[in-house]
Design a protein around this ligand. Structure first.
Ligand SMILES: Cc1cc2nc3c(=O)[nH]c(=O)nc-3n(C[C@H](O)[C@H](O)[C@H](O)COP(=O)(O)OP(=O)(O)OC[C@H]3O[C@@H](n4cnc5c(N)ncnc54)[C@H](O)[C@@H]3O)c2cc1C
Length: 463
């Protein structure tokens, strides 16, 4: 008779409602607790989740394995190609281990919902109890509707309502680690080694994520002023840990709302960004077709996208000849992360100046990012492509050179990721002359900004 906790994007032991409840019930009835994680490369491949994300999971699971062992809980990694096969593997595991109850956190997204329904059909048939908890969001999407009982399509009223519900409910403190359910054991799981060739110092495990959150608390009041400067370490860099669940949203909100300078612009802006994350998940819940790569508003769907694979490859490899774009794309492939401002610049460059379908960019980011989160990635791309909710208007086309001068004025970021340009002065580093490009072996630009911009606007008007 076993209680089974199914870990997914929640690789931690603190503030883990499903684990806490399983341990509580186990200590009441003296039954063991076991834990599983489904390792499903085929499924991730279908979702375009690449090796970086698998690496992130493997690091988080390594630590989780030891933490669970200290609580007397065995972790097993179950291998299956897809989630639906994984549910069968999980069902076999449940039979072999006389599982009476399964505990897990709800997830959003088309395939996730189908996967969980399949498991729930199995548990209902087999008389196994299932206990599902909310973890990915603070406000349940079903409860967050406009006065007309409609879905929010604009961020600011969504955020207002979110905050008022948060205040009404009173802040719930994150849960402590559960008490051990048995004597400590040796870690049981063999966590797959992932051969990702990037290099990162992002926190990917529970321990490192909490340390990072602690450090970031000091910088939080300066967040608003520094968040747009990619050459400064001005953001939390917690996105990968939020994606694999090494840190919880509640822990982040608590750090912000109990901050001595909670009402400062810096802290408030950070809170807003976390709510953006939730907004995109909310939209995915209400509009599951987003998971099928459909635009929220199909404004641009008839746009005559360029199918030029060569141009796409140049963008992917950071060889567009626009330093800020190339620096961003190299940061992405070398470190599995990209600064938010540069994500916007590179995305808009691909869609609105190279005229390549935003879904190509979305896919490339998903394959490279440690922090890939379908809802945020999709939301970010649709924002840049002007097809999304509360998105940039179609005529808003970032000039990558002026963005570069404004947000990386000294060229620190460009120098860090494009060392071949490191000797250029602050004026030319944003757009080297033809002669400088030739001398440094730096690529010529793929398109002329003004011409490409005018062409995109003209094509859009024709639609
Ligand atoms: C084209 C594009 C693609 C993106 N893809 C992803 C993705 O796959 N995964 C992802 O987590 N974020 C994505 N973002 C949002 C944002 O770029 C990252 O969350 C941010 O850069 C992470 O760095 P940080 O942890 O230091 O964030 P901070 O600035 O410290 O923000 C704290 C947290 O708030 C959330 N957040 C911040 N900004 C946003 C935003 N604009 N939208 C949604 N959530 C936000 C993240 O969870 C982040 O970790 C994307 C943005 C764009 C424009």
């Amino acid at each position: 008779m076993t209680h089974l906790v199914w870990f997914r994007n929640d690789c931690r032991i603190l503030d883990h409602a499903a684990l806490t409840e399983a341990c509580k019930r186990a200590s009441r009835n003296g039954r063991p607790v076991k834990a599983v994680f489904l390792w499903t490369p085929g499924q991730w491949e279908r979702h375009d989740y690449g090796l970086a994300r698998q690496y992130s999971w493997s690091r988080a699971l390594d630590e989780l394995n030891s933490q669970l062992a200290r609580l007397g809980i065995e972790l097993s990694i179950l291998h299956a190609d897809t989630w639906l096969e994984g549910v069968e593997t999980l069902a076999a595991f449940a039979r072999e281990n006389s599982v009476t109850d399964v505990y897990f956190h709800r997830e959003f997204g088309w395939d996730e919902v189908r996967r969980d329904q399949t498991l729930l059909e199995y548990t209902s048939r087999s008389g196994i109890g299932h206990h599902v908890f909310e973890d990915r969001v603070i406000q349940t999407p079903e409860h967050l509707l406009t006065g007309q009982q409609d879905v929010y399509r604009v961020f600011t009223p969504f955020k207002k309502r979110w905050l008022s519900l948060y205040q009404e409910a009173g802040m719930k403190a994150p849960l402590p680690a559960p008490q051990p359910v048995a004597d400590a054991i040796m870690p049981t799981a063999t966590v797959p080694d992932v051969d990702w060739d990037g290099d990162t110092d992002m926190p990917l495990t529970e321990h490192s994520a909490l340390e990072q959150l602690d450090r970031f608390v000091n910088a939080m009041p300066r967040y608003r002023d520094q968040r747009d400067q990619p050459g400064t370490d001005g953001t939390s860099r917690l996105s990968a840990a939020l994606a694999n669940g090494a840190v919880s949203l509640r822990q982040c909100f608590q750090a912000a709302f109990t901050h001595p300078q909670a009402s400062s612009d810096g802290v408030q802006t950070w809170v807003s960004e976390l709510i953006w994350r939730e907004f995109y998940l909310y939209l995915l819940y209400w509009r599951p077709e987003l998971a099928k790569h459909q635009p929220f508003y199909p404004r641009w769907d008839a746009f005559p996208w360029s199918g030029d694979r060569d141009t796409l490859k140049h963008w992917q490899q950071g060889k567009t000849g626009v330093p800020i774009v190339d620096a961003g794309m190299r940061q992405l492939s070398e470190s599995g992360w990209m600064h938010n401002r540069v994500r916007m610049i590179t995305a808009m460059y691909l869609v609105k100046l190279l005229q390549i379908d935003w879904r190509e960019g979305e896919r490339w980011f998903a394959r490279q990012l440690l922090d890939i989160d379908f809802a945020s990635n999709n939301g970010g791309w649709q924002w840049c492509a002007s097809t999304g909710v509360d998105a940039a208007p179609y005529f808003r086309i970032f000039n990558p050179y002026t963005q570069s001068e404004r947000f990386d004025p000294n060229g620190h970021y460009i120098r860090r990721w494009l060392p071949e340009l490191s000797g250029l002065d602050v004026r030319s580093i944003h757009n080297p002359s033809d002669a400088q490009r030739r001398t440094l072996g730096y690529t010529p630009t793929l398109v002329d900004y003004k011409t490409a911009r005018a062409d995109t606007l003209a094509r859009f008007k024709q639609l």
